[in-house]
Design a protein around this ligand. Structure first.
Ligand code: F2R
Ligand code: MG
Ligand code: MG
Length: 369
């Protein structure tokens, strides 16, 4: 593992949260669209214009993805011991303060029930969703970035915290495991040196190995085939094949058929990771020199749940590259851009304090020498 100094780590905190914001703001106008070749040209012009020096655009608004990410970060900053009741209250407060941010249809029921029950049991409303199956939407995965940052040096802590934070709204195994995969991808990216070329095979093998502990075969599911029992590992293997396939075999339809571009966690988290890895080299039809912009533009070019897939891909890319690689001309168009830098810095400060306290507890006076 590369040695990441404090200056780079702080820049990566900013990069990750700005990447999430940018993907959400720029992807939102295309959410739900199927992307045609004409649409891809429009997208190219949209990015060129925003990225150029003369474009004075109105502010690009953020959606529920950023609204919920902000709440997770605020909770960690205000209560570093991680208080999930506080997190549930912040989700609800944020929603009722500004409900027109394009929230998922069903998650709003959870907010109403949480408020109505005065937060007595913060997991009950989500458990009752979809006849007791819980939501498998990507709403848990889209907001995990602050947790991956805060717990960057505590893998076990991250897994526990992401699981609890997700279950406030999404209790279906697919929703929770998607959030875990997204957090793991951010954490892996954060700990890599951005001057190094990514070893894609190693990166994806690490993801598969970690998912083996999370996604296991249930005894009473013996009749179900293994691919369906281990859906994220199956998708990650499909992703490895796509990443080594001949370019001529890789139509967008083929990518979408294999990985998905929809509102479910399974149909979007692996896609976001794929966009990040694919954008490490040039992509036909996407004219962008900078790998950060290429990641976001490519994610949006696949259509479907564009704000969320671009936001998740942007947070992974930003965690790898750091703030310096993010196009200033693009990010300046986003609502909440300045505030997000402050959030990232405050989160970095509490994460460092917690790390210090942990080291002091573990090594006592020896820590000071
Ligand atoms: N909601 C949207 N986009 C819709 C259009 C917005 C429009 N542009 C506007 O501005 O108004 N986007 C946001 O929602 C996604 C995250 O959703 P989340 O938080 O997971 O919500 P929910 O309601 O829990 O799940 C979403 C849908 O998934 C289906 N679903 C989930 N679990 C299911 C289950 N067990 N069985 C059957 N269906 C299930 C349902 O259709 C849910 O409504 C992000 O894209 C965010 O940007
Ligand atoms: Mg959204
Ligand atoms: Mg979305």
């Amino acid at each position: 593992m590369a040695k990441i100094d404090n200056i780079l780590l702080k820049s990566k905190f900013r990069g990750c949260l700005l990447g999430a914001l940018l993907g959400d703001c720029l992807g939102a106008p295309f959410e739900g669209e199927a992307m045609t070749s004409g649409g891809k040209l429009v997208l190219q012009k949209y990015f060129d214009k925003l990225d150029g020096p003369y474009f004075r655009a109105p502010v690009k608004k953020y959606t529920d993805d950023t609204a919920m990410t902000k709440s997770v970060a605020k909770c960690l900053i205000d209560k570093p011991a991680v208080d999930f009741k506080c997190m549930a209250r912040l989700f609800v407060k944020e929603y009722f303060a500004d409900p027109r941010r394009g929230y998922g249809q069903n998650v709003v029921d959870v907010f109403n029930k949480l408020r109505g029950s005065k937060f007595e049991d913060i997991y009950k409303p989500a458990q009752e969703q979809f006849g007791g199956m819980g939501s498998y939407g990507n709403g848990g995965a889209m907001r995990v970035a602050p947790l991956a940052l805060y717990f960057h040096n505590n893998y076990k802590g991250m897994i526990e915290a992401v699981t609890h934070a997700t279950k406030i709204t999404h209790t279906n195994k697919l929703g929770v495991n998607g959030a875990l995969l997204q957090a793991i991808a951010i954490q892996q990216s954060l700990l890599m040196d951005p001057v190094d070329k990514i070893d894609v095979e190693h990166f994806t093998n690490q993801l598969i190995d970690k998912m083996k502990d999370i996604e296991t075969v249930e005894e009473d599911d013996e009749d179900i085939n293994i691919e369906d029992q281990l859906p994220y590992q199956t998708k990650l293997k499909a992703m490895q094949e796509l990443l080594t396939a001949e370019e001529s075999d890789l139509s967008d339809t083929y990518v979408i058929t294999n990985l998905g571009n929809n509102i479910s966690a399974l149909g979007s988290v692996p896609t976001a990771i794929y966009c990040f890895l694919k954008a490490q080299s040039e992509i036909p039809g996407i004219k962008a020199d900078n790998t950060f912009r290429r990641t976001i533009q490519y994610a949006i070019s696949l259509g479907g749940d564009t704000d969320t897939i671009a936001s998740m891909a942007g947070s992974i890319a930003g965690a790898f590259l750091g703030e310096e690689y993010i196009n200033e001309s693009l990010i300046k168009h986003c609502e909440f851009q300045k505030e997000m830098i402050e959030v990232a810095d405050n989160l970095y400060a509490v994460a460092e304090d917690t790390k210090e306290a942990l080291l002091r507890k573990r090594y006592g006076h020896l820590y000071f020498f």
